[in-house]
Design a protein around this ligand. Sequence first.
Ligand SMILES: [Zn+2]
Length: 288
Amino acid sequence: MRNFFLALTTVLLTVACSDRAPGHADPAPATDHAEPAAEDSHESDTEHAIYWDYGDAAGPTKWGTLSPDFALCDEGRQQSPIDLSVAVANDKEVEVRRNFQPVKVHISYQESTVSLLDNGHTIQVSFDEGNTIDVGNKKFALVQYHFHAPSEHTMDGKHFPMEVHFVHTTESEELAVVGVLIEQGEHNAAFDPVWGILPREPGESRVLEGQDVDLDALVPQSSGAFRYEGSLTTPPCSEGVRWFVRLEPIALSAGQIATFTGIFNNNNRPVQPRNDRELVIDTPTYIE
Ligand SMILES: [Zn+2]
């Protein structure tokens, strides 16, 4: 867990050097960037990350060519995001039910004190310890969540205005991501504490002090989930990620969505081929 967390921190802090996706700032050469303000001293001597973004020259179709470390972005066969088809999933569900027990995800999020970081690609909300999900008999700890606009996964070909990814890991560095699609609707007060202090410059971080975030309010608790084996949706596009994308979206108001897209827009990787992967629906994935 510790090693993974350091590695993740390294990636996230070093990408903070990157410029905004087009629309926010003019891209600058990767060699030209100052080192970002590091949260931890061990980051200060970290080698600069490979520059990538969501534009044309260093965007998703080029990621695999930017570094040998990013080769999976081109060559991987189990990449994320994908289109989530209810029909395909239901079709598979019959087969899966016959052969396997559905994976049960038990989400047990406690109230947490959090820190926010604009890492150059998204707003990332990091957690202290104590928030976990159980996938079958395996416990995954929540490390961070972050946002994409529009959604990365599509549902029957349709994008949602936003998507949030809750990233979890085990001590042996296995990854599980719970994705929640965000539609436009009523004002969502559960987002107010975080939305009130969103960092707005790459490398900028904020700590939410004296006010805990109730994660349970951010995740639809009774919803089932699409489950499939995928990857990170950002370089290095590492595979072996267990994806659980909730069937039921949550809502943010138009104003709340605009607040985020005023900082980041089009920070979504296009859907990738599903190839021969199984896409199943687990219902329910939340068990008290
Ligand atoms: Zn993500």
